[in-house]
Design a protein around this ligand. Sequence first.
Ligand SMILES: [Zn+2]
Length: 374
Amino acid sequence: MQALKILNKARIRNISIGNLVDIIDTVNLMANLNPAKSDKIKVINAEGSYYEIGHTIGRKTRLQIQQILHSKSYDENQSVIDNEYNDFLKYIEPYPFIVDELRGMADGSGTDFESIVRLNIVELDRERNIQFDCSSFIIKKDNTDILAHSEDGLEGDDIFLLRATYPSGTEILSFCYYGSLVGISASLNSHGFIMSCNLVLSNDNQPGEPKRVFSRRLVECKTIDEALDIVKTARRCQGQHYIFKQFDRTVGVEASATRVQSREIAHNYYHCNNYIFPEMKKYEADAGYVKKLNIRTLEAEGNYQSLSDLKGVKEVLSSHKNHPNCFCTHGSEKGNYSKTLGSIYFDCIKKQIWIGYGPTCRIELECIPFSHPW
Ligand SMILES: [Zn+2]
């Protein structure tokens, strides 16, 4: 009914097919803006040049991007980086494919390039809160090899699932934030390379590549070694934790702005938003945060060594123990600061990818296909 009203206003006789597609997209976007109206994650398919892929994403997420650009939290973040925009831009310009993707996203969403770039250099000095971000598990036992990742964001955040084929021929499947470059959640590509990320805040921030930029450079990697090389050689302005996984090999990576440590993972592993490698702990930006965050880490430690299957790790990620500093969060609805936006489970033995949209305690996992070996 809503669609008909909008179509009537647009005077059906005078609109082109292209406009009609845009209008239908817009109606669908309006329906998806309220998560209560949809229990399925939005899926976007894109292919072509980097500009065209960015444009497709921008066009299909126009309302969400406009909503972010007019939000209070965007204004607050922007005041932090107001004087630093040009400093950061020069670390994006060396990557023309990223500039093209951002330009496409800007044009597709009907906004300007600078606004989109600004969305991708956020999180430099933002306020830190407990139970703020994501959890990643590796479950490695006899006959079990699973990467599980839950994506936690702010109250107004949301994610979609992108299937894209880049000019390199690499196909990807990725959880994505609206308005953001690909690569800051969990992704799989047609080379069998899987990555997941966790925010960590380091005390050695410097002018350099924002994490959304060096993370985007990882998305099309053919090997773990290629990804490690990118992280190690990037002039990073901030830190990030990654799990890289490809066939039998799994690597955990902790980066600050100036240092990177990686280690092979042969057993169960858990990571959230603090440095856990001994040589990296001195780069932690906020020891008080870590002390409180450890409630969650300790709960994980009590559980994760014995975890042996997907059902078990999903149960941990559904936990409300130690509320509000718990794994599964619901935003203001249940007094949490953050909100679990979705989760993804790569079962590397059964070759199944399961995804859920929304807080883990209430999701039904959906198995999604991927047509390349991984
Ligand atoms: Zn819950």
